[in-house]
Design a protein around this ligand. Structure first.
Ligand code: NAD
Ligand code: WQD
Length: 345
């Protein structure tokens, strides 16, 4: 059985779906601080299979001990955490408490239960602002500009120390670039609370008429159209990569090979903000209003993944392109204009 923390959230729910379809049994632990169990009900509709759901927090050691004694867990995929970059600058302690203390509590409970296979949601933000815009795993990590980013880097360092101290640990650190999109069914997707921070949820709420226009943050970057470029990756490709990474680390013979792996997950193809707007217009069939606004503090002009290591070591490569990302987001948004929220009353 696989424990997926944060499994009712955006990336977690898509990964739970992929795990169930691959034949794994799944336990989801989520405190529902940023999600609802409707995602798990939808997954059951799509797959005909149900994950066990436990409402709770990764910082609750007694709950974790009970969970590891009640279920035979082979591996843990940890999505649970807070993820809003802007909020983290206002509430740093909440981010370190939830993300770093949460990860430590979970790892301690795993250690005591003898479960030593761990897949971690990290982020391209750990590279900081290197000289190059194409990020390979062999670049040194840099200085993330937010408490959120630093919490991810701290957990990466803790995981390296843990694996060095005990070679039985098998750990995959997955550095996501910019996750977007939704399952092709249009039944599960990203469900931001309040006004979205990220580009694609914002564009799709403009498209559905909930927001009047998009602010394009800066058109004076050193890029072909002046707007910033990112490596957007479809959430289903990302979910598949978690399955591949988990399977790969579980097979490692730790006598011969290091079991601390780091893989970038991106497509290697960056797109600009205006290219994203145009692609979304093609998917939804009408114009998206936008205004050019000042640059957003902390943004950089362009970065994208060198994802060749994941291809070489996992045989994983992103299969879905820009039109899939946009069409699937639009299907989810137009079928669920209020996300899962209208179902919660
Ligand atoms: P999300 O908010 O949709 O999912 C996180 C889930 O964790 C939510 O369901 C939330 O209720 C739960 N949670 C939060 N704190 C918890 C706690 N202490 N105990 C138990 N459950 C808790 O976010 P997401 O976009 O699916 O991100 C998943 C992970 O991937 C996060 O760790 C995030 O930092 C990381 N990540 C996300 C992105 C992105 O752009 N979405 C990029 C890189 C990394
Ligand atoms: C993408 C581009 C914006 C909104 C963040 C985190 C990163 C990772 C992924 C978690 C940028 C522009 C955006 C808008 C805009 N998350 N934009 N108008 O900043 O690349 O990455 O999410 O780990 O850590 O920092 O993603 O979607 O916010 O922005 O013009 O209303 O869209 O300036 O160029 P970002 P994003």
């Amino acid at each position: 059985m696989i424990l997926v923390t944060g499994g009712s959230g955006y990336i977690g729910s898509h990964t739970v779906l992929v795990l169930l379809q691959a034949g794994f049994e799944v336990v989801v632990l989520d405190n529902l601080s940023n999600s609802s169990t409707v995602s798990l009900e939808r997954i059951a509709q799509i797959t005909g299979k149900k994950a066990v759901f436990i409402k709770g927090d990764i910082r609750n050691r007694a709950l974790l001990d009970k969970l590891f004694s009640d279920y035979l867990i082979e591996s843990v995929i940890n999505f649970a955490g807070l993820k809003a970059v802007g909020e983290s600058t206002k509430k740093p302690l909440a981010y370190y408490q939830c993300n770093v203390h949460g990860a430590c509590t979970l790892l301690e409970a795993m250690n005591d239960a003898g479960v030593k296979s761990f897949v971690f949601s990290s982020s391209a933000t750990v590279y900081g602002e290197p000289e190059t815009d194409c990020y390979h795993e062999n670049l040194p990590t840099g200085h993330p500009t937010s408490p959120y980013g630093r919490s991810k880097l701290m957990i990466e360092e803790i995981l390296k120390d843990l694996q060095t101290s005990d070679n039985e640990w098998k750990i995959a650190i997955l550095r996501y670039f910019n996750p977007v999109g939704a399952h092709q069914s249009g039944k599960i997707g990203e469900n931001p609370t309040g006004i979205p921070n990220n580009l694609l949820p914002y564009i799709s709420q403009v498209a559905i008429g909930k927001l009047p226009y998009l602010n394009v943050f800066g058109d004076d970057y050193n890029t072909p159209d002046g707007t910033a470029m990112r490596d957007y990756i479809h959430v289903m490709d990302l979910a598949e990569a978690h399955l591949d990474a988990m399977n790969a680390i579980m097979k490692i013979n730790t006598a011969n090979e290091s079991a601390l792996k780091i893989w970038n997950l991106g497509t290697g193809q960056p797109y600009s903000v205006l290219e994203m707007v145009k692609a979304f217009e093609d998917a939804c069939g009408h114009d998206i209003k936008y205004k050019i606004a000042p640059r957003r503090a902390g943004d950089i002009a362009k970065f994208y993944a060198d994802a060749s290591l994941a291809k070489a070591e996992l045989g994983w490569t992103a299969k879905l392109g820009l039109s899939d990302m946009m069409e699937d987001t639009w299907r989810w948004q137009s079928n669920n204009p209020n996300g899962y929220n209208h179902l919660l009353k």
